[in-house]
Design a protein around this ligand. Structure first.
Ligand code: FES
Length: 110
């Protein structure tokens, strides 16, 4: 398990309703960080239907969801759970924090 945090962007670069991506410095996993009304959430940037990148899709800030651009599956950005077909498996959720003016996340899986 990695304890190293990956720098995503400066805090002011991620506004409410927006997202930013990075690759974990240690594992190489794609990460997408969402700003939902000022709260930050990080998920693996990969749809669980056919492993397409979620960050190509669009955020619904009211529902707090991201829609996969490929076949329309939606996921809750707060916990990664699948909200509709054709995806049934949750997207892994990662830790995220604000520190030293930046936003940091990490792939904390074994
Ligand atoms: S790859 Fe995302 S819905 Fe099919």
């Amino acid at each position: 398990m990695s304890a190293a945090w990956t720098y995503v962007c400066a805090s002011e670069e991620l506004l409410p309703g927006e997202m930013k991506t990075a690759f974990d410095d240690v594992t190489g996993a794609p990460i997408v960080v969402f700003n939902l009304d000022g709260e930050l959430y990080a998920l693996e940037d990969q749809c669980t239907h056919e492993e397409f990148e979620l960050s190509s899709g669009s955020i619904d800030p009211v529902e707090g969801s991201i829609e996969c651009v490929l076949h329309g599956a939606r996921f809750d950005v707060r916990d990664g759970r699948a909200l509709c077909a054709p995806a049934y498996t949750a997207v892994p959720k990662f830790p995220v924090k604000r520190e030293n003016g930046g936003i940091w996340a990490r792939d904390d899986r074994d």
